[in-house]
Every structure is written in C-alpha cells, then in structure tokens.
Write a protein that binds this ligand. Structure first.
Ligand SMILES: Cc1cc2nc3c(=O)[nH]c(=O)nc-3n(C[C@H](O)[C@H](O)[C@H](O)COP(=O)(O)OP(=O)(O)OC[C@H]3O[C@@H](n4cnc5c(N)ncnc54)[C@H](O)[C@@H]3O)c2cc1C
Length: 389
C-alpha cells in the first residue's frame, strides 16, 4: 500500500513516524512518502521566540533528513498545488505527480488576511521565514528610532501593533515586551517610547480558554506594558496605519497580523467538503467525507469535538490526530477494522513572555511559574518524541 502524507508539520510528521514504527512492529506492506515544501519540520509553537530572539533559529526547525534517518520514509520536497481524487494523484509546483493508495492531508493552515490592506501592509507570523523577517524588521525599527528626533516619527517607529488576541498575538506581545529592554540597550532606542498594542475584535483574548484566562492574560500582559484593546475590530489597513470600526486610527511602524487562520484553498478546489475556515470535513476515522482513500488531520481538518462543534486548531490536537491516523492506516493495511478517533482535552498553555504563562492542565487553571514549567515540559516532551520515535 502506497501512503502519501502531505505536510511534515505536527500532524503529518507524527503520522509518518508512528506508521514507520507500526510497519516495523507488524511487518506491514506499506511505503511512506512525506511531502513538504520545506526541507525542515518547524516548531510553529515557538515562532514568537524566533521573532524576538528568544531562541536560536536552529532550535525552531529540525532538518527532516535528520529526523527521518534510518526510518524508511521517503522525503519529497515540493509545494503541493493540486489534489485529484479521481486519479488518486497529487500535483507539485514543479510539475511532478505523485500517486497514492491512501492520502493523508496535513497541510496546516495559513494566515487569514480577512481585512482590506492586511495582506499588503502587515507582517504575518505563521512560518519560520515569517519569524526571521519579523525579527529583522523589529531590529531595524528600533535601530532607526535611535537616531530620530521628530517626535511623531519616533512614536510611529516605536509602536508595534499586533492584531489578533489568540496564541500568536498573546505570545508575541509578551515576548516582545520583555525583549524590548535588551533591544533598547543594544540599539540606543529610547525605552520610554516603546509601545505594544494588542488588538482583538472580540470581548476576550484566547477564545478557546474561557473568560478567566482572558482576564488573567489581559492583567499579566498589561503588567508587562502591553496595551490590550478588546472589542476593537480593524476594518482597514494602510501603510503604517490601522483603521478601527469606530473610526479611530492607530499608526505603527510594525503591524503584525495574527487575526485568524484558514486552510489552504487547494482543498476546496479539489472538491472536498469544507467548513467556513476552508477545513476539510472528516468522519470519526479522520477520513474525508465522501472519500474512501483520503484522510485529513491537524489545522486543515474540521474534526468534530463531539459537542456539535469542531476542535480548535492546536498543535496538541494535531499531534494526537497524527498518531491516531497512523493506527487507522496500520489497521487498514492489516485488513482490520480501525478504531474511531476520540478527542481528549489535555489542555493548553500560552506563554506571556519568558517568565509567565497561563493555561489549563486537564481542566485545572494554571498560571505563573508552574505554567512556565509546564510549557517547557510540553516542549521538551515533544522534542523527545520526534527525536526518538
Ligand atoms: C505563533 C504561533 C504560536 C502558536 N502557539 C501554539 C501553542 O502554544 N500551543 C498550541 O497547541 N498551538 C499553537 N499554535 C497553533 C499550532 O502551531 C498549530 O495548530 C499546529 O502547527 C497545527 O499543526 P499541523 O500539522 O496541522 O500544521 P503545521 O504544523 O502548520 O504543518 C503543516 C505543514 O504543511 C506544509 N505545507 C503547507 N502547505 C503546503 C503545500 N502547499 N505544499 C507542501 N507543503 C505544505 C508546511 O510547510 C508545514 O510543514 C501556534 C501557532 C502560531 C502561528
């Protein structure tokens, strides 16, 4: 059975590694191809650290050749541009075509630039390249500010506006607020002029966490010097300028767009049923609705939460779906009935700068240093699972 996995992120890499292990354990007759546009696996959860010099670049990415060494997983580097279910074929940007018996779609999500001007005039933070570009931009702004004398220009240059109060926005705002001390020392930019605005359309931050977490996050971020604006929809972006629904304007030399994600357009173009975020609808076995041989997992899949909604796009769900799908595929390869996927809510932790975090562990709220330790533990555990699978 030829299994092609699209995307070597949290979900796709997990499926590939676990399937290779199950093949060894059960002598399965399967071949595994893992396709990604990059030669590396990215720890997207750490991009806010890469963007603020909080971690060495080489700790945010793993070269796939190193991770896959000795595991008999064929790595294919290429950008997927189309999927043709009837021909059981995947087309890459360079014209190559891959055929499959079973296809796993784990292509993650993209930044949703859902406001006019956002795509043109803001910086996203959704992959390693974005993070490095954002860091260079921020350093350049602070360096420029050190020699400015015009107060208006100085104010704009030293203002960073982060749109979107989810993981990306909260984690970046917290990290930047602390990094600003070092950055001002290194560049000579005036610390008193640093302004960080975190702008959220809804009445709370971190929508998947509940009101208590939002209140805690606002309090803790404001303590670090971040100005949090709730109930503040952005309706238009222009160069160095955000326009809000109530007519107010904020001018900022750095505007980061973290206000939503959507699945890659090629999934709807392939004819798969999708939800309003472009995610592919799947059944309890993570199989795409109406497709016998195609599965979808992670951010690009709309997986039922069992309560009438869909699971949120998080790395922890992506990893567990990846592991489950490896079992489903192994069962199919052995002619056995697969087990249905049951989501388990283990909880999430969000960092608010290097020394603070909030989260819930199995439904129990956790804040401050214990949450920081928990976050580090989750990261180390994840690293161990991919390095030693
Ligand atoms: C800044 C930031 C912080 C976050 N923090 C957290 C956190 O603290 N906790 C948490 O649980 N979640 C967090 N998330 C969300 C989490 O990162 C995602 O839910 C997770 O990455 C989803 O995993 P995935 O495997 O579905 O997709 P990804 O990890 O994005 O992997 C998708 C893969 O597909 C590849 N790909 C995409 N399109 C193509 C194509 N056309 N051709 C070839 N390859 C392609 C990509 O290169 C990538 O390797 C954060 C996200 C961001 C952006």
């Amino acid at each position: 059975m030829r299994i092609v996995i699209l995307g070597a992120g949290y979900a796709g890499l997990r499926t590939a590694l676990d399937l290779a292990r199950l093949r060894r354990e059960h002598a399965l007759d399967v071949t595994i191809q893992l396709v990604d546009q990059y030669p590396y696996h990215q720890l997207i959860q750490l991009l806010h650290l890469t963007a603020t010099a909080g971690i060495a670049d080489q700790k945010t990415i793993y070269q796939l050749d190193r991770l896959l060494q000795g595991r008999e997983i064929e790595r294919v580097e290429g950008r997927v541009t189309a999927i043709h279910p009837l021909e059981r074929a995947v087309v890459l940007a360079d014209g190559r075509t891959l055929t499959y018996d079973r296809l796993v779609i784990a292509l993650g999500s993209e930044t949703a630039f859902n406001v006019p001007g956002a795509r043109e005039y803001t910086l996203p933070l959704h992959n390693f390249t974005h993070a490095v570009a954002l860091r260079k931009h921020i350093v350049a702004q602070f360096t420029k500010a050190a020699s400015l004398t015009d107060p208006t220009e100085l104010r704009i240059t030293m203002t960073t506006a982060i749109v979107g109060g989810g993981y990306t926005g909260c984690e970046l705002a917290g990290e930047l607020a602390v990094w600003a001390d070092d950055l001002c020392r290194q560049t000579g930019a005036p610390r008193t002029e640093v302004r960080i605005a975190l702008i959220e359309r809804e009445n709370q931050l971190l929508p998947h966490f509940g009101k208590w977490a939002s209140d805690e996050a606002v309090r803790r971020l404001e303590r670090l010097g971040v100005n949090v604006f709730l109930n503040t929809p952005v309706v238009q972006v222009e160069p160095q300028r955000l326009r809000f629904a109530d007519g107010r304007i904020l001018r900022a030399g750095t505007i980061v767009w973290g206000a939503g994600v959507r699945a890659p357009a090629l999934l709807a173009e392939a004819g798969f049923p999708t939800d309003r975020m472009g995610r592919v609808l799947v059944d309890r076995y993570l199989r795409v609705d109406g497709q016998a041989f195609i599965f979808a997992i992670g951010d690009c899949a709309a997986v039922s939460d069992g309560r009438g909604g869909f699971l949120p796009p998080t790395a922890s769900y992506a990893v567990r779906q990846g592991a489950h799908l490896a079992e489903v595929l192994a069962a199919e390869a052995q002619g056995k009935a697969p087990r249905a996927y049951e989501p388990v809510e283990l909880g999430e932790v969000v960092s608010l700068g290097p020394n603070d975090a909030i989260g819930n562990a199995l439904g129990v709220p956790v804040v401050g240093y214990p949450a920081v330790l928990l976050k580090r533990g989750i990261e180390e555990y994840y690293r161990a699972t991919i390095e030693s699978a």
